[in-house]
Design a protein around this ligand. Sequence first.
Ligand code: SAM
Length: 218
Amino acid sequence: MRTTLSEREAEARRAYDAVAETYAATVPALFAQDVCGRAIIAAFAELVVAGGGGPVADLGCGPGHVAAHLRGLGVPVFGVDISPATVAAARIAHPDVRFELGSLSSLDQADGTLGGVLSWWSLLHTPPAERPAVFAEWHRALAPGGHALLGFHVGEGQSHVRDAYGHEGVDYTIDLIEPEEVAAELTAAGFEREALMRRPGARREQACLLVRKPRRRP
Ligand SMILES: C[S@@+](CC[C@H](N)C(=O)[O-])C[C@H]1O[C@@H](n2cnc3c(N)ncnc32)[C@H](O)[C@@H]1O
């Protein structure tokens, strides 16, 4: 991966290194109860397998539970995360899945080789101004016909998280995302929109957006 991190990447790395153990002990159990989230991931998995393309890159994979779930659905998958402690936790929890230290903004992947890209609540650490370059990178790495699935908190502006996951002094900023705005950015990067799911969340609305890289460029 790149040797220099952006300010927000460094902030995310520090925070998730600090909370890695607590995160791994709490969030995977919530995912196990998230029927609607797993339903759209199942649709994504089916599309990737039917496309017969390369593996899925789970970008900002956390402790690896979503990657492991995809693997259980028959999808070749690997995880990437900016936090070394999180990658270590993922490797321990799921030794049969490959996890790498890296950034969702620069993939160690040849052009057109991924069957899918998953960003499940990981884009919230990327400033909006940097998203077009990130989407161009995903488009580059995806095979024609490959899919990208994004899950995120809906809203405008930023929210500041203090004492994350009960860890005093672990603070970070997240960017809330307007679904139509990010959909337009993905279209500008060359993707075609396939599905958008919006749903109420515990504290704020959530959205999952599924897009596809066309088999032939429009
Ligand atoms: C809210 S957690 C989501 C983790 C997991 N996808 C899940 O659903 O539980 C955000 C994750 O994204 C990672 N992350 C943040 N910025 C990143 C970046 N630029 N590149 C790769 N990973 C990043 C963090 O380290 C953290 O593990």
